[in-house]
Each structure stands twice: as C-alpha cells, then as structure tokens.
Write a protein that binds this ligand. Sequence first.
Ligand code: AMP
Length: 215
Amino acid sequence: MRLILLGAPGAGKGTQAEMLMNAYNIPTISTGNIFREHIANKTDLGQKAKGYMDQGQLVPDELVIELVKDRVKKDDCKNGMIFDGFPRTIPQAKALDIMLDELGMPIEHVVNVDVQDEIIVERISGRRTCLACGETYHKIYKVELKDGLCNKCNTELTHRDDDKLETVKKRLEVYHSQTKPLINYYQEQDKLINIDGLGKVDEVYAKITKALEVN
Ligand code: AMP
C-alpha cells in the first residue's frame, strides 16, 4: 500500500502513521523526522533546514524533494510506504507523482486528517517529542509513563522549538496557504479520503483503516 497522510501540523498524522506502519509492515517516510535527525547529527542539510523550521517556514522544495527521491528507492519501500508530512506543496506533490511513476509504484490513497485550528493549537502546545527516536507524547492525551522520558528509548523528552505557540500559528498559516491546496489536487486524482481527526487516537485509527478497506 502506498499512502499519503495529509493534514495540518498536529492533526495526528505522525501517531496514525506509526500505527499503520506496524499494522501493514511498511515504512513511514516522515520528512520532519528526517530533518530532525539531520539537525541532531549536525549535518549540512540539518543546518540548512533548521533556520526554516525554527521560524515555522517550509524547507525549500528542492531540498525536500532530493531527500525523498533517495528514500523511495530504498528496498524497504518495495512493498509500500506511508508519507507523513510530505508532500506539503503542489510542486512537491507533482515531483512525487513523477518519481513514483518512474518506479512504477504510484500513490494509491491520500488520507486527509481534518482537525480545526483551535484544537491543533491545544494539541501542539501540549506535545512533547523524543528527538532521538521521533516518538511523540502529549501532556493530556498521551501521558509519558516514565516522567519526562521516552518509553521507547529512555531519552529526555523535548518541547520542540517549532511547537511553541507563535511558531505553531505561523505553521498553521503556512499550512492553509501552501499545503491545503493538495486536498483539491488529490481529489481531482480521485485518491482522497477525508477523515474527521477529532476523537481518541484509536477511534481515528479505526476510521482510517475502515476507509482504506472500503477503498
Ligand atoms: P513536521 O514534523 O512534519 O511537522 O515538520 C516540521 C518542520 O519540518 C516543518 O514545519 C517544516 O519546516 C519542515 N518540513 C517537514 N516536512 C517538510 C516538507 N515536506 N516540506 C517543507 N518543509 C518540511
């Protein structure tokens, strides 16, 4: 299965992607996580991306597209993949169509996880992230079992700089102007599945898997 999870930052794409990845046994390609790994490893790409990320801006298309081009050619994508946070602009979506067509494995489904802006702000400001493994937690919705530490790798959890209120507002603005047009783009390709992203993680997951079965 080749799937894109669309939605605003904080809509729950990352959490759902991880659950789907485990259920379908295919990798998740999260460009945000890849950039955070590069930042942690102090690579050139990481340094370039950080400036944009800290301001809630998108990293330029050329950088993101090159990264994904290399990633989708890897062997573990042969049986499918889940995109989380990519594409985020029309040029990225067009580039993805071309690269996957060349590999003979086009996108099959695009799940749009819909959540209102006010809820997004509440969710993101309570979110805590493990910068070592990418796992996310929430002060209210997904409490850390071991106080402040990641359950998976025991690393101290962080409040991402770009999850702070002012940056979240900027990221939402960017989402509305640059990413939301992708809903129409995929609707025209007849690939779009709209899911109400409100509710508990398991409920949203059940809605997504049911819709995928039907489609
Ligand atoms: P995320 O973890 O998906 O919310 O991404 C965090 C930040 O990484 C975004 O606010 C962007 O600055 C950058 N980023 C991640 N994915 C992309 C993308 N597909 N295009 C441009 N910038 C991205």
